[in-house]
Design a protein. Sequence first.
Length: 258
Amino acid sequence: MHFTPQSKQQRECLPRHTAIIMDGNGRWAAERGWPRIAGHHAGSEAVRRTVEAAPDCGIDVLTLYAFSSDNWKRPREETDALMVLLTEHLQSETERCVRQGVRMSLIGRRDRLPDHVLDAAEVAERATSSGERLRLRLAVDYSARDAIVSAAKAMNGGGRECFARMIGEDVDLLIRTGGERRLSDFLLWECAYAELVFTTRMWPEFEASDLAAAVEEFQSRQRRFGDVEPAVGQSLIRHIDQNGAGTFSDVRGDRWLR
Ligand code: FPP
């Protein structure tokens, strides 16, 4: 299913940077009496479907939480299997990404990743570097707190703009599957004004239609970024009387506020 924004307003209000916490693989597998890794395998299919659907939803940058720095606490068997799955995914998807104009990159720490992941990531990043349709960022061994500390150390006296540039682009829409409602150390700075959409859908079952539904939910939200509603707020006129007392009117002149 492809999502086509209908109105001009819908097109202008697209979640250019969308990030997803792909949760629920383990529970989805357990419900079927399967090992957790079977859930991760099904999850990698959902990654492929989502990447394919993202550009039609007006998404330019898609950041997927594939492995958090805290995921190293999981049993070795599971972390090893996830690393192998990641390598297989990078290898098998590179050609498709080239064809679809998807530029792939890894974010997160690289110094603790096995060589096979590093090699596959370098090949995929190089092969897809000219992709312009979608920027796909896979967060692997990623911790937002660590990223913030690293940027703070590296900013060398620079200000907030410099820090924000080092950290990365603001997220417009954050989706978390699997029914939990938390950020789990993912893109904490970038999500300052993100719209959050939580769904009970388990990640392996996530379809293009779920992505389109999340985008529609995003478009129904009013984003004010700390400001007031433009239709009223931008037209407020402040009147100060000779005693210094303020009153406000809106441009329609029919409503006075104190
Ligand atoms: C969270 O579900 C998911 C992960 C820790 C791994 C996500 C990995 C994939 C989606 C597949 C591999 C990734 C790529 C990019 C090919 P969970 O295991 O915590 O699920 P649970 O909450 O049901 O236990």
